[in-house]
Design a protein around this ligand. Structure first.
Ligand code: NAP
Length: 280
């Protein structure tokens, strides 16, 4: 059987964890494949698309190509269309099809942590990760709220208006995080607050955190942020972002070859990926 060829493309792309994670996923699925790293500058994307990318069986896409790849490929699935973003391409029978696996990776991470996306869901931040998480929360019918620092309230309101129109809901609020109060079903951190090396910080106060039944932190370095440690100590259900990073990669394999995985193997991969991250 011939070796399949995959890669991740981006610019710059020096520290990507993708080869480590995807090589393990191919191994676990018993698929003989190589997975490379291609640094492609924005101005080279079109020519490299025809000369290099079309020759691969599939590839992942990271910043800055997640939008600019769309006009080059032949089709995109409905979620990629909704988000206007593609991070996975499958080349099959001469056609390139694009997907976005970030939303499903997020949903899978929550599912395996048994964290619900229903009731009052508060998202901290309104950047790229928050946008994906907020769309999914709105689609799942949650009572969604953005809690952001004072200078970001206007930006959060703009995002809330976009999601309200796209998902046809009125149930989205925006507050200054300082004014966040009351019981929260699920709190999601989509800010870098608490990320290595600034691990002594947390994005909400202890008393705000005590009101949260479930907590998800998108940060994956460290594996357990101060927010997650404290939430666990409070008796809340809590999960860090490494599971999301790994599950969105798992979803790429579902699109490429239909592979499915044992949850125990994915848990082990999350732990190993963190050890690999620490080495870098
Ligand atoms: P981003 O687009 O830059 O958005 C960051 C958000 O956090 C913005 O709303 C920003 O507010 C806010 N923020 C930044 N510093 C803050 C502070 N000191 N206090 C309060 N809010 C602050 O970044 P992103 O791509 O969404 O990533 C956010 C986090 O998620 C990062 O830690 C990233 O590593 C993680 N992430 C994890 C995964 C995963 O698979 N686990 C995937 C993507 C991202 P302003 O708009 O005011 O700057």
């Amino acid at each position: 059987m011939s070796i399949k060829r995959f890669a991740v493309i981006g610019h710059p792309i020096g520290h990507t964890m993708s080869p480590f994670i995807h090589k393990r996923l191919f191994e676990l699925a018993g698929i003989s494949a190589e997975y490379g790293v291609l640094d492609i500058a924005p101005e080279a994307l079109k020519s490299d698309y025809n000369s290099v990318l079309k020759e691969l069986d599939g590839y992942n896409i990271t910043i800055p190509h997640k939008q600019s790849i769309i006009p080059l490929i032949d089709e995109i699935d409905s979620k990629a269309k909704l988000y206007g973003s593609v991070n996975t391409v499958l080349n099959r029978d001469g056609k390139a099809k694009g997907f976005t696996t970030d939303p499903d990776g997020f949903l899978k991470a929550l599912e395996y942590a048994r964290i619900p996306l229903s009731g009052r869901v508060v998202i901290l931040g309104c950047g790229g990760a928050a946008r994906t998480m907020a769309y999914e929360a709105a689609l799942a019918g949650a009572k969604l709220e953005f809690a952001v620092r004072e200078q970001s309230v206007e930006k959060a309101e703009k995002l809330a208006r976009e999601i309200k129109t796209a998902v046809k809901t009125d149930d989205i609020k925006c507050v200054d995080v300082k004014n966040l109060s009351g019981d929260i079903k699920t709190l999601i951190n989509a800010t870098p607050v608490g990320m290595s090396p600034n691990t002594e910080y947390q994005p909400v106060t202890d008393s705000q955190l005590e009101k949260c039944e479930n907590v998800f932190d998108a940060i994956y370095n460290p594996l357990e942020t101060r927010l997650i440690s404290k939430a666990k100590a409070n008796g809340s259900r809590a999960e860090g972002g490494m599971s999301m990073l790994v599950w969105q990669a798992v979803v790429s394999h579902r699109h490429w070859d239909g592979s499915t995985y044992d949850v125990k193997d994915i848990e082990k991969l999350c732990a190993d990926a963190y050890e690999e991250l620490k080495k870098r």
